[in-house]
Design a protein around this ligand. Structure first.
Ligand code: GDP
Ligand code: MG
Length: 435
């Protein structure tokens, strides 16, 4: 059975008629700041789309694959026993609306990429409502938020790709067209996952049919609405990979109120689509780690991106591209500072651990060497940050001062080691004399 549970990290509420995002930092910390995933690059796979679109259902098959042994991943038995109920993210919401927002699987799955690098895979269930009770603005923002955070955004759509669905991608086309002037592509993978595809004779199930459909939908012709022309033109410049997968209908059993998700209730077509789709996302060869400005994002970095992005989504209905750029730059700067600070501590701690107590001059020399290395690392990372000009000048001086302040702490500790030894020696002497 899958360990863990889906926990809500972002809630979408409402204040004075405007959407209000609330980040549950405690919950996020429990997922991202655990010791076992510390410093690991993240692969963030999000499934986003309308309510009752089978998102949580399919995410639970992702969990099965990820938790299966390598042998069953290869031979297909990861799909599970015929009569095994489907567990994991809460699915089948009933007729009540589920809380809109973002849920993460509480247990990041640690796995290795093809080149043997460890990564933490996070599964994200993005619940937009996409119904008559919410505005297009609210749907666009929650979708935009999860696209910014993820490395693979699975856009779960029912039946087909419609013009409205492309509307939600407008912000990315704008952001991407701005960002790609300075850097490579901003986002990694966008996968249109079409559920209940009913025209397999026109376009077959799977990626092949999906690719043909996508081509047709992104084509520019005279009839397209001018706003969506921009989306069509720029979408490919902001994602490294855009794909489409056509899923067959799972069979009428899924509509039964007592259906527990066992695979014996799913059609052969649906099962073979799962066997095709899921490994294509999570096989070590295909894992897509999250990058921002070409730099891998670690679990701690992701925590900071969540914090920065939540703020901008609270300021407008749909945030301005410039505020996304600024938030990204701020979070990149925080990440660069943390990495450099850790580098400094690693160097100093290694020296201090291996040496009992040294002269102040030696300690100062170690400090200067560690500080310069940290500052070089910081500058290198900082130069990769696009749109970062506003914050650029003040920080290095501030950061250098912060590191310099640490020297006095090391000097004090160095002295303390001597004081402690002397006092121990004095106690031992007194004890010996009094005997
Ligand atoms: P979510 O709200 O998008 O997370 O939807 P759920 O995963 O909770 O699934 C809602 C319902 O859709 C459940 O009763 C599932 O059995 C059913 N379902 C799951 N996958 C599919 C699918 O591909 N097509 C159809 N028609 N129903 C599905
Ligand atoms: Mg759900």
């Amino acid at each position: 059975m899958e360990r863990g549970e889906g926990i809500q990290v972002v809630k979408l509420g409402e204040r004075e008629g405007a959407a209000r995002y609330e980040l549950d930092e405690g919950a996020l910390r429990r997922v991202l700041l655990r010791e076992d995933v510390r410093g690991l690059p993240v692969v963030v796979v999000s499934v986003a789309g309308a309510y009752r679109g089978g998102k949580s259902f399919i995410l639970n098959f992702f969990l099965r694959y990820l938790n299966a042994s390598r042998k069953s991943q290869l031979d297909g038995t990861w799909l599970g026993e015929e009569d095994e109920p489907l567990k994991g993210f809460h699915w089948r919401g009933g007729c009540e609306r589920e809380t809109t927002g973002i849920h993460l699987w509480s247990e990041p799955i640690i796995t290795t990429t093809e080149n043997g690098k460890k990564v933490a895979v996070l599964l994200m269930d993005t619940q937009g409502t996409f119904d008559s009770e919410t505005t297009i603005g609210q749907n666009s923002t929650i979708f935009a938020f999860s696209t910014l955070i993820s490395s693979v955004q699975i856009y779960n759509l029912y039946g087909n790709i419609k013009e409205d669905d492309l509307q939600h991608l407008q912000l990315f086309a704008e952001y991407g067209s701005l960002a790609s002037e300075t850097q490579g592509k901003t986002f990694q993978t966008l996968l249109f996952l079409i559920r209940d595809w009913t025209y397999p004779f026109e376009h077959p199930y799977g990626f092949t049919g999906g690719s043909a459909l996508l081509c047709k939908k992104l084509q520019l012709n005279r009839n397209v609405n001018p706003e969506l022309r921009h989306v069509r033109e720029h979408l490919t410049s902001c994602f490294e990979d855009i794909k489409c997968f056509l899923m067959p209908h799972p069979g009428l059993t899924v509509e039964h109120p007592n259906f527990d998700g066992r695979i014996s209730g799913l059609t052969e077509n649906f099962r073979s689509a799962l066997l095709n789709l899921v490994p294509s996302l999570f096989d070590p060869k295909h894992l897509t780690p999250k990058k921002i400005n070409g730099v891998l994002v670690s679990t701690q970095d992701l925590f900071e991106y969540f914090q920065k992005y939540v703020n901008i989504f609270n300021s407008d209905e749909v945030p301005q591209v410039t505020s996304i750029c600024q938030a990204t730059a701020d979070a990149c700067l925080l990440a660069a500072t943390r990495e450099a600070r850790e580098l400094y501590s690693q160097h100093m701690e290694a020296h201090v651990r291996d040496n009992f107590s040294v002269s102040n001059a030696t300690l100062t020399a170690w400090h200067e060497e560690a500080r310069d290395q940290a500052l070089r690392c910081f500058t290198k990372k900082k130069n990769l940050i696009p749109f970062g000009n506003k914050t650029q000048d003040a920080t290095p001086r501030f950061f250098q001062e912060e590191l310099d302040a640490l020297l006095s702490l090391y000097l004090w500790n160095n002295d303390k080691k001597v004081r402690d030894t002397m006092s121990l020696a004095a106690q031992a002497y007194e004890a010996a004399v009094s005997r």
